[in-house]
Design a protein around this ligand. Structure first.
Ligand SMILES: [Cu+2]
Length: 494
């Protein structure tokens, strides 16, 4: 399972991949459109003024059997007409994706973190009708900003099956001086294991208040709701589901991926947390990590030992690889389990998945502690509108929600306004809050750009946006189970 990659070849990690595929830049990148600056606000091209697509992809959402490492899981995933479902564009490219639905229920695709025109945002019932079984839907939009993104179903709990894959937008302003580049997808896995599915799991969670929690002592599926040792940095319950497996690029620890390079080479690692209910704490044995991008946007580089990555968040790091075989470990926070891979630059025995090392035991860095690079800054300005967001909910009964300015109704904004969303989390659980179509600037983090913000129990986070992209935009927790039970609303342009 080892192979090495040139700078222009990338290990892309969709769950539905068979083996470690290396995918060269897909599509013909004859970019007629000039690259946009990372920080430039909209307006974003709509179907009336979009250029011709320069990257095309044909996908099918369908039932499939995948091998997560000696374990076959019956699940739903994406298959691509040519090669892998991972997509790569360059900033400014227009992307066309035709998705055919061969599932037994309706589906959709959301392009997580991408500032695109509203009709392509992929939220059924809000920006488009559901894509029904047998139908094909075309998404056509510009990918304006470079960065590490991903796409996933926005229908029900489909995200917690295999319906997600990386979307890498190359940024001409990035220094591409790395020798190797790897995309690393973290995931929590239950679908198709011992008869479980995300929907059966939600039924168990919803049944807890009706005596279902007694099942926790009876073995079987109910065990998956028990909790592990709390992570002190996260406070409260880090997640609601104790998954049977945690994956890096689709593989369990004992069948782990190996990323190979040569000692002294410079690697770029693009991490995506595609999990539904798991915050990961990530570290690479024997190395410090130089963080270069957060949620796709460049930051002032800083060296760290480990970081927390919540659902929907992405982080890019650079590292000069040492000489040896190194553990790349992602602890499932609060769940006493882990995802695991190996980076290899020399012969020798690989570390075991259970191995622990100083970097993994270090105090984890939260992504909100970074500061934006100059070129990522949202233009400065006075706040025109303050909006209060209150997160609500609890485990029993299993029900989550959010209130905007005290009401159980969508928030509103006027085009051109600068809006500050003050998000408060009085619940006992951390929530990664995600807004579609915009990338916030966090005034508490020197204007760090983020589309997904982890809000810890008891915390309040301010997040600013410039209303430059008309439409109705979903705003929700990126815990799929919280979203599905009500922690979702929207932001509407008046
Ligand atoms: Cu949540």
């Amino acid at each position: 399972m080892t192979s090495s990659f040139s700078r222009r070849k990338f290990l892309l990690g969709g769950l539905v991949l068979a083996g470690t595929g290396a995918l060269a830049a897909c599509g013909g990148n004859n970019t007629a459109t000039p690259a946009a600056s990372s920080s430039s606000p909209g307006p974003y091209p709509t179907p009336t003024n979009l250029a011709a697509p320069s990257v095309r992809k044909k996908l099918t959402a369908r039932p499939m059997s995948i091998d997560i490492g000696g374990i076959e899981a019956q699940t739903w995933g994406y298959s691509a007409e040519t090669g892998e479902p991972a997509i790569e564009t360059t900033a400014g490219d227009v992307l066309q994706v035709d998705i055919t639905n061969e599932l037994s229920e309706s589906t959709s695709i959301h392009w997580h973190g991408i500032a695109l025109h509203n009709a392509a945002d992929g939220v059924p019932g809000m920006t488009q009708p559901p894509i029904e079984p047998g139908e094909t839907f075309s998404y056509v939009f510009e990918t304006p900003h470079g960065g590490t993104y991903f796409y996933h179903s926005h229908s029900g709990l489909q995200l917690d099956r295999g319906l997600h894959a990386p979307l890498i937008v190359r940024d001409p302003e990035d220094a591409e001086d790395q020798d190797v580049e790897w995309t690393i997808v973290l995931d929590d896995w239950i679908d198709g294991i011992a008869g479980s599915s995300p929907d059966s799991q939600l039924n168990l969670l919803a049944g807890m208040d009706m005596g279902g929690h007694e099942n926790m002592d009876m073995g079987g599926e109910g065990d998956m709701m028990a909790h592990g040792t709390p992570d002190p940095a996260l406070g409260g319950d880090a997640g609601d589901v104790l998954y049977p497996h945690y994956l890096i690029n689709g593989k369990i620890p004992r069948a782990h991926r190996t990323f190979s390079a040569r000692p002294g080479e410079k690697a770029r690692l693009r991490f995506i947390n595609a999990g539904a209910d798991t915050i990961f704490k990530v570290a690479l044995g024997g190395h410090r990590l130089t963080v270069t991008h957060v949620d796709g946007f460049p930051v002032r580089p800083r060296d760290i030992e480990s970081f927390y990555l919540s659902m929907g968040e992405r982080i890019d790091v650079e590292v000069i690889l040492g000489d040896g075989v190194f553990p790349l470990t992602a602890l499932a926070a609060g769940k006493d389990d882990r995802a695991f891979a190996v980076i290899r630059t020399a012969e020798g025995e690989a570390p075991t998945p259970e191995t622990t090392f100083p970097e993994l035991n270090s105090l984890g860095t939260f992504l909100t502690s970074f500061e934006p690079a100059e070129r990522a800054l949202l233009p400065a300005g006075e706040v025109d509108q303050d909006t209060a967001v209150e997160l609500t909910g609890q485990m029993m009964p299993y029900q989550w929600g959010l209130r905007i300015d005290g009401a159980d109704a969508p928030g509103t904004v006027r085009q051109g306004q600068r809006m500050r969303m003050r998000m408060h989390n009085p619940t006992a659980t951390p929530h990664p809050m995600h807004l579609h179509g915009h990338t916030w600037a966090l005034p508490g983090s020197s204007g760090l750009r983020k589309d997904t913000v982890l809000i810890l129990p008891g915390d309040t986070v301010d997040a600013d946006l410039i209303a430059d992209n008309p439409g109705e935009w979903a705003f929700h927790c990126h815990n799929a189970y919280h979203q599905e039970t009500g922690m979702i609303s929207s932001l509407r342009y008046e």
